[in-house]
Design a protein around this ligand. Structure first.
Ligand code: ACO
Length: 329
């Protein structure tokens, strides 16, 4: 039995921060940001009282509405996030509370930008084994809560947003999540993309605040090189394992970190950009949100047909990366 996506939903906060807004805060410019990243604007949750659980909760409510089911029917909620409201309780438990999914168990999964694919593959196992019939998988981050708006190398990249799916047993054979290859490399990844403060190694102190340890730090050039290679290699591996080619792939759904990484992945797959979804121009990098936001947009625009072959690929902190093959039901 395979697991299939039966509903999609997304939530982006209303606040828009354009490159021109950032020009007034940092030594940067619209032309540099657009040409180096593909980003023109990003969404920011401006209400300080609303965080990742709110973004993910809005997604969860829509998933129930779209599928026409009650919260009590949900058996498991997995939230992929690296910006939980608090270290504990998990954001998934807060989402459970928001929708009143009293019969579900719930947990968070942190694999940074690969969080959604990691969570989706985890959730698929619970469907395939017959343990559960209705699982919610939501990826979302309030990146503005950990972005240093005095650091031009990271401030330009990230936005807030969330999206998710409902996962159920596929109706017929040959549909749903058919393959996934997931990877991690802590040896090369641990020093290049991190937030060192606030965990058990460096709990919050005046010193950690002064040293700006509660913000993202990224060695962009190093991460870029690793991301291009990993995403392209994994996409090629997924194609080869599943006898996919540029002709029979309907959509590449890549993590939205940099338009140049997206293009390099598509080139390696031999895909024209008309088969690649990219919304990085409007949302920037929403971390665990990017891939499900893309899925939800394709679904809203009725661009997913029964039998469409989808290839999902991601790369993020850890390092973590992976690819997935879905035949749309
Ligand atoms: N505006 C203007 N100039 C800038 C800016 C800016 N915002 N940022 C950096 N620069 C300058 C640098 O100082 C540097 O100047 P120098 O040559 O005088 O030293 C120059 O531009 C080039 O800097 P690079 O860092 O080499 O620029 P690059 O082309 O690598 O682009 C970027 C930087 C966009 C961050 C890119 O490296 C990237 O996309 N990296 C990968 C991001 C990624 O995939 N992350 C993984 C997912 S995120 C997650 O998991 C949370």
């Amino acid at each position: 039995m395979k697991a299939a996506i039966t509903a999609t939903a997304k939530y982006l906060p209303d606040g828009v921060v354009t490159n021109h807004d950032l020009e007034r805060m940092l030594e940067t410019n619209d032309e540099w940001i657009r040409s180096r990243t593909g980003i023109s604007e990003r969404r920011i949750m401006k209400d300080p009282d609303k965080a990742s659980s709110f973004l993910c909760g809005e997604v969860a409510k829509q998933l129930l509405d779209k599928r026409g089911i009650s919260a009590e029917e949900i058996e498991l909620i997995i939230v992929a996030t690296m910006t939980p409201d608090m270290l504990f309780p998990s954001t998934a438990c807060l989402v459970q509370d928001i929708i009143g999914a009293t019969g579900a168990w719930a947990f968070d999964l942190n694999a940074a930008c690969s969080g959604f694919i990691f969570a989706l593959n985890t959730a698929a196992r619970f469907i395939e084994s017959g343990a559960h019939k209705k699982v919610m998988v939501i990826g979302g981050d309030k990146m503005s809560s950990i972005v240093d708006y005095t650091d031009r190398s990271t401030a330009i990249l990230f936005g807030d947003g969330a999206a998710g799916v409902l996962l159920e047993p596929a109706e017929s054979e040959g549909y749903g999540i058919l393959d996934a290859r997931l990877y991690s490399d802590g040896t090369n990844g641990k020093d290049h993309l991190l937030m060192s403060g606030g965990g058990s190694l460096h709990p919050a102190t005046h010193e950690t605040v002064e040293k700006r340890m509660h913000f993202i730090h990224q060695d962009g050039r190093q991460v870029f090189k690793s991301a291009v290679t990993a995403m392209a290699d994994t996409a090629a591996e997924i194609m080869q394992r599943n006898n996919l080619d540029a002709e029979n792939i309907a959509w590449l759904i890549p993590h939205q970190a940099n338009q140049r990484i997206i293009q390099a992945t598509a080139e390696r797959m031999g895909l024209g950009m008309e088969k690649v979804i990219s919304n990085i121009a409007h949302y920037g990098n929403t971390t665990a949100g990017t891939i499900p936001i893309c899925l939800a947009e394709l679904d809203e625009q009725r661009k997913l047909n029964r039998g469409s072959n989808l290839v999902l690929v991601s790369f993020g902190a850890g390092y973590t990366w992976g690819g997935m093959y879905i035949k749309w039901q």
